[in-house]
Write a protein that binds this ligand. Structure first.
Ligand code: SF4
Length: 293
């Protein structure tokens, strides 16, 4: 592909010759693909989400838990046909859904892969599991192919977004992107067993020393999305990668997390997944061993 412009970085890389700012070449590396039990309960269910971890990321988070793959390349390079086969394989293993993790740098391959997989019998929901730094026009190309959007809403302020993830304009893109996701899929719908079938889940990882960012994200949701929007308010922060200075070099306190949860409820946002503080364990980070299946 020439002159990639499919995310807000719009770096214009000719990825047939060089990696983009996201670190990704034209053909994606899959670092791991397997049944995964550590997503929200309505996604992992009893058999697991059919998770495909891609290498490459258009953010540069100091605290990235997946840093081995976000800016490295591990695993197998798969073209569109091979990705479609992998999705069908995960469906055959009993996955509740296909969970595409950090998919946006690979949109140009995922679009034909999803079309092929669906034409070949993929019936389980497709989950677009993204950091939220998205272009609305790229998301529009996914309409009808994605069933569940699972975006982060990481920051409201440009200062925090630049300092922690190297993207001062994060909220400027994430806000309209989440509205577009809501337009396409609506509020979350569950089946009779509590498994997600369609809709939107907005994630926010509460960072140490950043309860105000959490409040801002929740204010945005309360003001712009339906009150029954599903929110995943996460407490699982662990200092890792380049998170070596305060406040990122410590875990979230119980009090900080409770303040975020209380604020969420005070806004009338009651459809919220909360986490036990014990979830903040590096063991939740998958082993990226290139394993497929
Ligand atoms: S997806 Fe990667 S290569 Fe494409 S514009 Fe974004 S950073 Fe650049």
């Amino acid at each position: 592909m020439s002159a990639c412009m499919q995310c807000p970085r719009r770096c214009g890389a000719d990825r047939s010759r060089e990696n983009g700012l996201c670190g990704a070449p034209a053909t994606p590396h899959v670092a791991r693909a397997a049944l995964h039990m550590w997503e929200e309960p309505c996604l992992s269910g009893t058999r697991g989400a059919g998770t495909i971890f891609f290498c490459g990321c258009n953010l540069d988070c100091l605290f990235c838990q997946n840093y081995e793959i976000s800016h490295g390349t591990i695993g197998s390079r798969l073209d569109a046909g091979e990705l479609a086969d992998l999705m069908l394989c995960l469906q055959g293993m009993g996955a509740h859904n296909i969970d595409l993790v950090t998919p946006t740098p690979h949109l140009h391959v995922l679009l034909p892969a999803l079309e092929k997989a669906k034409a070949s019998g993929l019936t389980i929901p497709v989950v677009y599991n993204t950091n939220g730094y998205e272009l609305v026009e790229s998301l529009r190309s996914l309409e009808g192919l994605v069933d569940i959007y699972l975006p982060d809403l990481k920051y409201i302020s440009a200062v925090a977004a630049q300092k922690y993830s190297g993207a001062a304009d994060y909220f400027q893109y994430a806000a309209p992107a989440i509205l577009e996701m809501q337009r396409q899929c609506g509020v979350l719908q569950l089946d009779e067993e509590g498994i997600a079938r369609r809709g939107l889940i907005v994630r926010h990882l509460v960072l140490p020393g950043s309860v105000d960012e959490a409040r801002g994200a929740l204010d945005f949701i309360a003001a712009n999305l339906p009150k029954d929007t599903r929110i995943s308010l996460m407490s699982q922060y662990v200092p890792c990668h380049r998170a070596v200075t305060p406040p990122l070099n410590r875990r979230l306190t119980r009090r900080e997390y409770q303040r975020a949860v209380d604020y969420c409820l005070s806004l009338g946002l009651t459809q919220v997944f909360v986490q036990e503080m014990e979830a903040a364990d590096a063991a939740y980070t998958p082993l990226f061993d290139g394993k497929i299946g």
